[in-house]
Ligand binder design. Sequence first.
Ligand SMILES: C[S@@+](CC[C@H](N)C(=O)[O-])C[C@H]1O[C@@H](n2cnc3c(N)ncnc32)[C@H](O)[C@@H]1O
Length: 231
Amino acid sequence: MSNRSKLEKFSDNLHFENVFENISFSNPQLIAGIDRIVNYKSIWKSDYFKNDNPIIMELACGRGEYCIGLSRLFPNINLIGVDIKGARIWKGASESLKQRIDRIAFVRSKIELIHHFFGIGEVDEIWITFPDPFPRPSKSNKRLVSKYFLDIYSNILKKNALVHLKTDDLNLYEFGINSILENDCFELVYKSDNIYQKELFHEALQIKTYYERMHLDKGKTIKYLQAKYIG
Ligand SMILES: C[S@@+](CC[C@H](N)C(=O)[O-])C[C@H]1O[C@@H](n2cnc3c(N)ncnc32)[C@H](O)[C@@H]1O
């Protein structure tokens, strides 16, 4: 555990070269450091990562465990973690810098705004791990696999890109399945309501986040679904 306070972490984020922040809903733009506006939309590969590797995005990334874990499993990918909580992003960003992984960037923003920062077809894959389940029906639009969010993802995903959802929450898992089945732009590829019951369907499912460990400690089963963006 770090002994940096939340305010110190926010301040660190301003000096991390791998963190970009958006602070406005009405005028979305990414800021590097204290006040440098950057626009990498459609040019993340050439101008930020400086390679032609695919871009994998971890949404609601929290401490960025999937970004770091995926970068270890697959050396030839670029990763972008998105979350609104700066103190959590700090953990992934500082760890990436410490380990000298230069293929990971973090965007502190509401996920609702990502289409402002990424171009059409720019993203090759999305991982959504243990997002808040928003159990109340009145908040179902906030679930990261609702039609509202799938439509946002459609704006940035490449054709045939995969979307992965890993969750402990049965309601969210079933909601996600229905949401994908009802959406003509996506196809359900695979689903499991207990991934550790048999051999893992995808190598990357072995990565465990902070929230996954908490749920496993409580004896919960882990659900997973994989969808394909078919356009
Ligand atoms: C339960 S935590 C899971 C974090 C991490 N994926 C894990 O498994 O440990 C959910 C995360 O989603 C983020 N989040 C929820 N809704 C969001 C939104 N609309 N935009 C950005 N971040 C969001 C929260 O800030 C929080 O860090």
